[in-house]
Design a protein around this ligand. Structure first.
Ligand code: HEC
Length: 193
């Protein structure tokens, strides 16, 4: 026969376990639901339509290394972009980043804000700080930053991508999808032209 005190202790501990189980189960269900949504996100890399007329392959290389994940159609969707909640943040960054400046859709709207790149780099706003711990290769040295800035000034110009509106096809082999660039120009770009 258990003493009343022991009995109370046992009851308390089973209640504790039940609460832990309910809380844990709820959290797990919530995570699984979010994870389901995260997996369903359309992590796409649309075709490269046209790239700017890069002043040198090094400028392109530096840009793709530090900025390309969010500002091109050649995003490296790494494993964590499949895991909630990081998936949502990464997905939003790529969508918003491409909207502002997309070097894979040059001449059809992608160039919109690219000319502000130098300013963004100089002010240390881009690449975003939270991106760097997971992407040390994007953490450019002072010298690389200088080189990128000089290259971007030569490529985008100070005053905007207007000059490059015709859009040069990609310079690398395998980017020949850019052939039909005229057909793919969006109605918005036509209106702006
Ligand atoms: C992790 C994704 C990510 C990376 C990497 C990144 N950007 Fe961005 N970028 C964004 C997002 C999201 C926005 C839109 C929101 C904002 O302005 O903060 C943006 C906005 C911009 C803008 C427009 C700013 C404006 O005034 O609207 C420019 C220009 C830009 N980025 C350039 C760069 C350059 C250059 C690099 C590399 C040195 C870079 N970004 C790297 C995500 C990124």
């Amino acid at each position: 026969m258990a003493q009343p005190q022991t009995l109370r202790r046992v009851q308390r501990s089973t209640r504790g376990k039940r609460i832990a189980l309910v809380v844990g189960g709820t959290l797990l269900t919530l995570f699984l639901a979010l994870q389901g949504v995260a997996l369903a996100l359309p992590r796409t890399n649309p075709p490269v339509v046209a790239e700017p007329a890069w002043d040198s392959p090094q400028t392109r290389e530096l840009f793709m290394r530090a900025c390309g994940d969010c500002h091109s159609n050649q995003t490296n969707w790494r494993w964590y972009t499949y895991v909630a909640p990081a998936a949502f943040l990464a997905y939003r960054d790529v969508i918003e980043g491409r909207q502002k400046c997309n070097v894979s859709e040059w001449g059809s709207g992608g160039e919109a804000k690219c000319d502000e790149s130098v300013e963004q780099i100089r002010e240390g706003k881009m690449p975003p700080w939270f991106y760097l711990p997971l992407h040390p290769e994007a953490n450019l040295s002072a010298q690389e930053k200088d080189q990128l800035i000089r290259g971007l000034l030569a490529t985008f110009g100070e005053g905007g991508g207007e000059r490059e509106r015709r859009g040069e096809p990609g310079t690398r082999p395998g980017e020949d999808e850019s052939g039909e660039e005229g057909a793919r120009t969006s109605p918005l770009a036509l209106r702006l032209a």
